[in-house]
Design a protein around this ligand. Sequence first.
Ligand code: FAD
Ligand code: SF4
Length: 513
Amino acid sequence: MNSGITERAVIPILWDHLSTNIPSLLNASKSKDIILMVEPRKSSEKANHHKKKLIFLISSMRHFAQELQENGWTVEYIKMSSLENSGSLRSEILRVCKSNNISNILVTEPGNWQLRETFKTIAKSHHYNVKLFENNNFFATHSIFSEWASNRKELRLEYFYRMMRMKSGILMKKNKPAGGRWNYDKENRGTLSGSEKFEPPLRFKPDDITKEVIDEVNAEFAGNFGNACNFWFGATRSEAEAAFEHFLKHNLGTFGKFQDAMDRDSSFLSHAVISMYLNAGLLDPMKVCERVETLYFSGEVPLNSAEGFIRQILGWREFIRGIYWMAMPGYEDQNFFNFSRSLPNFFWTGHTELQCLKSTIQQTNVEAYAHHIQRLMITGNFSLLAGVKPEEVHQWYLAVYADAHEWVELPNTIGMSQYADGGMLASKPYVSGGAYINKMSNYCGSCQFNVKKRNGPDACPFNYLYWNFLDKNQARLRSNPRLRLPYNTLSKFSKEDLREISASSKTFLEDLV
Ligand code: FAD
Ligand code: SF4
């Protein structure tokens, strides 16, 4: 492939584009062009990124730069500790262009709307020839998504997912879904008996590059969230692929069944723990799905696991990305319920008596990881029930997980988890009382609150906050058909019940700082 640009070009490579298959590289000339990679400085980062997230992304950048250099590319690599690192990607690009007398920039679309605008401004106000290529680490292009979304009253994952199954041919037999059904979601809700054994994700010993990054991150980002000890993520494509193969061998078989379960003593259960690799460009989503499909057709994994896994990548990951680019700018400011509470401080410290939150946040602090249901039904559920400002919830999720980049984190938080877009992405708010958490986890057994009680100082706060949320937001939510059941139940509550729910909620929320 070639862009047709014959003069020299600068190719900025961002930390989520760590693949030789990105279009800006496929269009570049090894003999003439300069690759530019710039590490973040503390001063340039608004987000309080988890130290392990920074170590992972920066170490992966350094490994990728080394691979490119070994393959003959000219790489200008600016470390966080370098004196010439101004902390501004824009200034670094302009500096390198100027000092090499280059006016062409080839870049793969960033996963952040604001950064994409920066490249457009560089073109407009500095008269550079900027060529922005769409990121190809996805199944759907922007135009596939917008064509699908146009003229639809509602954007729902299920229909998008079916379209993507048909378009890609994945898990299809003669134009019909393999096994006869599109979706085995109902078979993804198994609960744990306590005797299951799960193999933890594959761990990698830090090499010299990673060790150096650990020291530098600990110095430059000393006050940031998260524990940097025992760093174990892979930092290269071959390590990411080995981690994925390890998941296929040990955990894919039970992935479907236990997708929604939570366990105080196991952070990963059957989950793949590959989102950070996929989002950094170290794994190819198409190869990942094809590999799982092959295992299903050869009879090595059950359909509920294969379909459940492929739905996450071919369905959710693509759908979420489509929503981000469609809804930006402005999506980050959505606040359907007009919530004004600040994020409680315990989200940063883990110091809370609510065991489910304590476990999830402490695990997040150690691993820079929590699986989907922990994010959705523990921290997300609580933020929504407590009425926290969506923007602050968004900043937290963006900071604390190793896989967090704005294109994927923002719709998951604003749309799916906080319903702050009023239902553009999700068909109902994902809220629950303690009974759901108790059914899907073993947190409640060691909690000082009583999950069976609805009101009072020792009742599980999720219980009264849940009913209080439904009660206070009737005008906005009552007509939602997916909430008919809980509203029917609520309508049977006596005035006294509602008064007690409101009083318990008020007392709890007044103490929440
Ligand atoms: P598995 O459970 O093993 O799933 C396999 C893969 O499916 C994941 O690696 C991921 O690539 C994909 N996937 C599954 N669900 C989603 C989804 N909803 N959106 C996008 N991809 C999905 N995911 C991120 O990659 N980055 C984020 O910043 C992020 N923020 C989230 C914030 C909130 C509030 C919520 C509720 C979810 C968020 N997710 C995010 C989605 C999901 O929680 C993670 O993708 C998943 O937990 C990653 O762990 P895993 O690799 O073990 O995934
Ligand atoms: Fe969480 Fe309530 Fe269970 Fe405690 S009792 S762990 S607060 S759901």
